[in-house]
Design a binder for this molecule. Sequence first.
Ligand code: NAD
Length: 357
Amino acid sequence: MKKIAVIPGDGIGPEVIKQALKVLDVIGEKYGVEFEKEEVLMGGIAIDKTGVPLPEETIKICQASDAVLLGAVGGEKWDTLPGHLRPEAGLLGIRKALGVYANLRPAIVFPQLKSASMLKEEALQDGLDILIIRELIGGSYFGEKKKVQLEDGTYKAWDTQVYTTAEIARISHMAFDIARKRDKKLTLVDKANVLESSRLWREVVTEISKQYPDVELNFMYVDNAAMQLIRKPSQFHVILTENMFGDILSDEASMITGSLGMLPSASLGDGNVGLYEPIHGSAPDIAGQDKANPLATIMSAAMMLRYSFNMPEAAKDIENAINKVLDKGYRTLDIMSPGMAAVGCEAMGHLVVKELR
Ligand code: NAD
């Protein structure tokens, strides 16, 4: 039995989560696995019901689960609350409580959706299946930061970019293990020509690579990587990088793929309690109208099967089902193109379930 804590959240969160749970039910039947799902509160709905965005009860249940599946949180109603009481504080809180230090964001261009990409079709002719592994709780976002006033009345501010061997080593092992299960190619993106911390990344990753002789390792400076992602994205397979570079590159990569509604993510730490969520927000503009694309959340559930439950065949099964639904021309509004059949959130979930069966 696998225990899943489910956080529907706000806006379209509950709508897309419902479809992912339908898909997990079929996977459970097909593969003879029992998924015990427990719904918990986080975000705006938690503020309304308990006064805080991340109740203690939610943290406890998530920590005691095998994985956490999250929809999205946030909305205008809570936007005027102080920072620590806003729905998004729940997101940072749950990541911290689960100790997830690696964020995995696939950037996949489905051949059926090439026209939704910001790139010209010729840049995508070899297809695209990149996985960006971003360090999530270190680097300049978490290093010592300060702002001081100088004698002339102006200011000086700094953020310190800090990494330890241990922080780099744990995510590097994860990246090599993942690259090994894919096409055995790993690129470390850094700025080793100027940053001492980047030079430490190179040293540690190079040393660890000796334990993974079957994985081809190469290095690229982040400025070049930003350019190459647009010029020839198919040269990338698994990208490993530090926090800020990963923040920027993963958003760049998401534009290559087209719609926010197609992008899943996983956040992992030591042990297997991963956090799985679509990268989009609660989309208040379309909430409650059965217009949301549930595929990012369904693919997040597939990542959960792959990374937390070691069920790669079941994950592939879901991805194949999505491919078939797209092949048949079904589209939610965000990925709609002429000649295709428009479907809502509920119907899209149903179509994936039908293909799986
Ligand atoms: P958003 O991702 O919610 O929406 C941006 C645009 O994309 C909207 O037009 C929306 O309709 C569309 N969109 C998003 N997901 C879609 C889907 N699955 N199917 C179809 N269309 C989709 O970003 P936003 O509007 O900047 O933020 C709305 C709220 O969500 C805010 O309160 C924000 O803080 C919150 N937010 C939460 C998360 C999260 O929970 N992880 C992430 C980002 C934003």
